[in-house]
Design a binder for this molecule. Structure first.
Ligand SMILES: N[C@@H](CCC(=O)N[C@@H](CS)C(=O)NCC(=O)O)C(=O)O
Length: 203
C-alpha cells in the first residue's frame, strides 16, 4: 500500500489530493512536524534534509513532492491528469509543475521561514519583503496565464493544477496571495471545490 508521510497543510497534501483524484488506494502516516523529530535519524532516513513529505511504495521510499506526483502518474495514472509525454501540451504541463515548486514556492518558503518557522531571533523582516516581491511577480505571471482559461492547461484539470494549488494555499498562508489577485484567488477557490482537494485539506 502506498504510504504518505503527512503533516496537515504541507506539501504531502499534494499526494493525498492526487491519489484521491485517481482513486488510488493509499494510507496516511501523520508525522510530528517538530524540528527535533525532523532532525531524527528515523525521519532523515526518509527525507535526508528533514523536510516533509516522504512516501513509501512497493518497497522503496522517496522524497520531493513533485517527483512523487510524477511517479504516481507514471505508475498508476493510465494517462490521466497529464498530457502525453513528448507533446507541446506536456511541455507546458512540465513548465507549470516546475514553476509551481521551483519558482513560486521558493520565495513562499523563504517567507514561511522568516515569518514562523525559524526561532524569532533568527527571523529577518527584509527577507520576508524581498521574498514577497519575488512571489508576487510569480502570482502575476500565473494570473496572466489564467486570464483566458480555467486551468493551467486550458479546459482540462491536470496534475499541474495540484502542484500549483498547494503553492497558492501556501501563498495565502504567508500573505503573498492577496484579495487583489482576483484571478489567482478565484482559481484557488475553484480548485477548492473539488472533493479530492477537500480530502487533502479538510480544514
Ligand atoms: N521541494 C520540496 C520542499 C519540501 C518542503 O519545503 N517542505 C516543507 C513543508 S511543506 C518543510 O518541510 N518545511 C520545513 C523546513 O523547511 O524546515 C518538496 O516539494 O517536497
Amino acid at each position: 500500500m502506498l504510504t504518505i508521510y503527512h503533516v496537515p497543510g504541507t506539501r504531502s497534501a499534494r499526494i493525498i489530493w492526487l491519489c484521491e483524484e485517481l482513486d488510488h488506494p493509499y494510507q496516511v502516516e501523520t508525522i510530528d512536524f517538530s524540528p527535533d523529530y525532523r532532525a531524527s535519524p528515523e525521519w532523515r532516513a526518509l527525507n535526508p534534509v528533514g523536510k516533509v513529505p516522504a512516501m513509501r511504495d512497493d518497497g522503496f521510499s522517496m522524497f520531493e513532492s513533485g517527483a512523487m506526483l510524477q511517479y504516481i502518474l507514471e505508475r498508476y495514472g493510465d494517462g490521466r491528469l497529464r498530457p502525453r509525454p513528448g507533446t507541446a501540451a506536456s511541455a507546458k504541463y512540465l513548465q507549470w509543475c516546475w514553476f509551481a515548486e521551483a519558482t513560486l514556492a521558493r520565495p513562499l518558503g523563504d517567507m514561511a521561514h522568516h515569518l514562523f518557522l525559524k526561532p524569532e531571533p533568527e527571523r529577518i523582516p527584509a527577507v520576508v519583503e524581498d521574498a514577497r516581491r519575488r512571489a508576487v511577480l510569480c502570482i502575476e505571471a500565473l494570473e496572466d496565464a489564467l486570464a483566458k482559461r480555467p486551468y493551467l492547461l486550458g479546459d482540462a484539470f491536470s496534475a499541474a493544477d495540484i502542484m500549483m494549488g498547494y503553492s497558492l494555499v501556501l501563498g495565502r498562508r504567508v500573505g503573498a496571495l492577496q484579495p487583489e489577485h482576483e484571478t489567482a484567488v478565484s482559481y484557488l477557490e475553484h480548485l477548492a471545490e473539488r472533493p479530492a482537494f477537500r480530502k487533502a485539506f479538510p480544514n
